[in-house]
Design a protein around this ligand. Sequence first.
Ligand code: FAD
Length: 360
Amino acid sequence: HDTAGRETEVVVIGAGQAGLSTAWALARQGFAPGTGFVVLDAEPRPGGAWQHRWPSLTVGTTHRVHDLPGLPLAPADDGLRVREVVPAYFADYERAFDLPVHRPVRVSAVSRTGDDRFLVRTDSGDWLADAVVNATGTWTRPFVPRYPGQELFRGRQLHTVDYRDAGEFAGRHVVVVGGGASATQLLGEISQVTSTTWVTRRPPVWREGPFDEDAGRRAVAMVEEAVREGRRPGSVVGVTGLLVSTPYIADGLRRGVLERLPMFDRITEDGVAWADGSSVRADVILWATGFRAAVGHLAPLHLRQPGGGIRMDGTHVAGEPRLHLVGYGPSASTIGANRAGQAAARQLRRLLHPAAGARS
Ligand code: FAD
């Protein structure tokens, strides 16, 4: 492999919230940019997955993007698009801390070398590293469940990642599948221009009041337990429910758009059908059915458990203190990624630079 001159202590894969907060923390822990750590990111530009969010997702309709450590995001108008605001912030952040981000570099495989290091293979040369922090998020792995008849459907099927603008659905009946924030947000927009049907596997959990810290901790603890046992992590947001006072949800409830039907049993040429004989005609099926962790490049390490997940111990893979997953499971939120990035960097400093003084 071509690894000439490409050795470093820590390779961070991904430059979203998780990768950048880890990079910042590694620098603080004394890792030198370049020889101590590099960040490899598949995107052509800064911004992580935020640069791909649909254009109508604005600062005002996003739940809350937490500041990265060390440089606050300047207050932005509610009407601005997050796909512009957040990438501009990440670009400033990378510059302000001189973070060694290499892009566009896509990691294809991570494997172990004979001398117990990691070989990180990419589409532009390989890297050798003592430790790896994987921070690749989920956006590149949209999840669409399988239903009988799916291939018969003559209309259009798309996933949240393909959504651009409600206008393209005008005059067509749209079935939106999924019980999360994306589903309710897209329903809110699409129902302004055309008719919709909402289907979810489970009845939505409506939450009246703001989410208190205790409930937040309980939700994170549930996901933590799942990944400790090697089960596939559910989303933290999925556990917390949908807040009825959120403007787009309040509006959807008032307009009757959020009347939900149970999940259909099969898909037909021109719609969806239930086992009891009922059916709904559809021109479009929009799968707002979430994502999986983008960890295909870790396959050579054989981490996958029978439960479909990776067994974790805090931020590192169980039994693998030099392989951290930040933004995975309980840290798959902007605040969780910040905390996990800092925890991972502290642990790597203790492991790789045991003589260096402690830093918080
Ligand atoms: P990403 O931002 O996805 O960054 C991962 C990076 O890794 C990308 O740049 C990607 O290109 C790169 N990458 C992937 N694979 C490879 C590879 N093989 N090689 C090299 N690079 C690779 N969370 C909140 O806390 N608040 C919110 O308001 C919020 N809103 C959301 C809205 C939507 C529509 C969605 C889908 C999610 C939202 N989330 C929100 C969750 C949010 O995505 C995460 O909290 C956070 O942005 C994830 O950061 P990340 O760094 O883990 O992933």
